[in-house]
Write a protein that binds this ligand. Sequence first.
Ligand code: HEM
Length: 711
Amino acid sequence: MKFNATSFVSSLPLIARLFGIDPNESDEENLTPTASPSSLSPTETCGLECKTDYDCPSTCRRFNRYDPFGTCVGPSSTSPSTIAMETPAPTICECIDPSIIPDACEVDALIDIMETHVLVAHELLPQWTRAAFHDAGTFDRNANVGGANGCLLNHFPMRLEPENAFLHLPLNTLMDIKNEWEQHPSTCIRVSSADILQFAAFFATTRQSMMPESLISGTPSSSAKRERLKTFLWGRPDSKICDTMWVENLPSNPSTIVGGIASRCTNAGREIKEKMMDRNGFTAEEATVLIGAHSIGVIRNTFGSSLAGPWVDSGRDNATPNGAIFDNSYHDFLVNSVVENDANSFAVNVAPFDNPQGIFPSWFRDYSADIDHLDTDLALAFPPLNPSHPNFSAFTNSFASDNIHFLKTFFAALEKMGRLGVRAKLLPATECEDRCGKHYQTGEGGGLDAADILRIVSQLGNSTAFADEAISQVQAKRVYEILKLTTPNRQTKSPTPRPTPQPQSRRPTFNLRPTQKPVARPNSDFTFKPAYKPSDQTKTLMPTPSLTKPVDFNQTKTLMPTPSLTKPVDFNQTKTLMPTPSLTKPVDLNQTKTLMPTPSLTKPVDLNQTKTLMPTPSLTKPVDLNQTKTLMPTPSLTKPVDLNQTKTLMPTPSLTKPVDFNQTKTLMPTPSLTKPDDFNQTRTLVPTPSFTVSPSNRPTAKLESNKTQML
Ligand code: HEM
């Protein structure tokens, strides 16, 4: 389900009813924060960086709540009109020494807060699951780095890595949930981001397993699921150092097309072995079962949103009124829909995928069924053709034939995933304690009042809007870079620096109006006139499969950054990997089908020889470049692209000698650049200290016998 303002506003009565609350009771007065900035006693401005009010003697202020950090200020030092967003006021209870381990009642509160989110936006469930893997899967046991350490949530550059593309919404919502939970009047906790990420995956897959249902429905099975969620083990420390290089330990979908389909399966199998087994430390069975998480969710943006599709029908966000079904249907598909017994016979008969149009580098699409699969998925279907990787298909067969076996093995592997790189002793939730003057009422949402619910849903509206904007920033930047490179004889006009828009004052977290998506206005500074006539183009210059149907520029207009987005993509940190020297003259698209760099980019690409890397069957309609004006950066970009600077980052023939990886992570086009994501390649060049707020060192939990999260 695509979340939008209308859907969440219309969901309010439903959610309120589910929680047993009369929605009419809530009014503006109910939503008054427990403490306003003006009610705080004045303290001097401290100017420290902060993430929450806890880090400050007074108030932590950020331009928007999804900025990685803000600045501590004293309430008397700043005019309210210049404050865009403040963290919610501290809880009314005396929470002097928050615990890193919640008690069972506090876990109940977390479940209710998460449930409120997913009732409105089911797509969060698979996205949280993916996010948890992308945090933990950074673990390299050989180098002993990465792991389930919260870096994905705490260290903003992590989410700018192409491997983590499109995780803004799940990460924004988890930040909100963590804040909401910690600041609830009935809680006194300071859990780590690492814990929240891993709990989110456990929550999602537990909720969607067997019969997906709301965890506030009060049925015996939903109560049983709540109880199982309370067996989660807490206490992962957040890493103080985060390195974007660690994303290299995540499996990517190999993109080489050399050697045909059978060879692609071999390469993909090797990728799973090298990353998930050799580095992460999973067994072949654990890797096979964990990738079964693809039984829920959708390939949303990797191939362009217009080609989004689930792996299996029951994985769609709207497969049931309560979201996707988490079961063995992914493995069942690989066994019973892909009926070939080995990769070679599959290569000559790719049914059930459309052939030949359904096959793309690293990706199989069935247009008629509207489903997608990656090479790494198909690698689980067949025995290996050589000893380069284990026989994943043996496990696939066993999971396909037994859902209970799948679920048990999955939850055991998920538990292991949540411990990758974690040395601290993990502990279960403690017995309910009276930490804050009153217990959270256990079960079925009993402790959330109308104001809580309305605030949570309002935050979801904001985080969705900011995530949309972040994604559109990436997409707009791709178009901008491509146009710049394909119009070499024209002096590309640098965007004129604009004054930073003054942030709007907002009531902290209680803004119930959905965030308005701005409409981009044409800006003459960013008008792009192609150096050659659009009629010269017989194929699109936009190398994304999403262009199989004409771009709806009316739609993309609405995704432009707003003045409120005072920190859009930090272009200083980005390195474009897309352009190649050969792209400095207009491409004759009659002869070439792609602008994507290939591994052979150590010398200029001979476009006459290049093969299609990301073509789409229907890319026959030329893009009207005049229309792309609307995708150019707008005045709201507080840091316009320095075109002179970015030019120097283009891969050049001099890159034929080894790159000094101490200085640059990678400026060289890599084989992975054959997927469109890589236009979005961003790399921080040096590890930077994380913004992590070190949690209290006081684990107050009582040691209980380790409970497993096995089904
Ligand atoms: C070989 C290993 C893997 C590869 C190559 C891979 C790749 C991908 C890709 C390309 C997407 C689509 C992203 C998008 O366009 O929105 C995706 C989505 C997803 N991945 Fe994986 N993945 C792997 C393993 C895993 C594992 C181990 C988990 C969890 C334990 C996982 C959970 C998910 C989920 C739930 C989604 C759907 C997200 C959504 O609906 O937005 N993946 N994966």
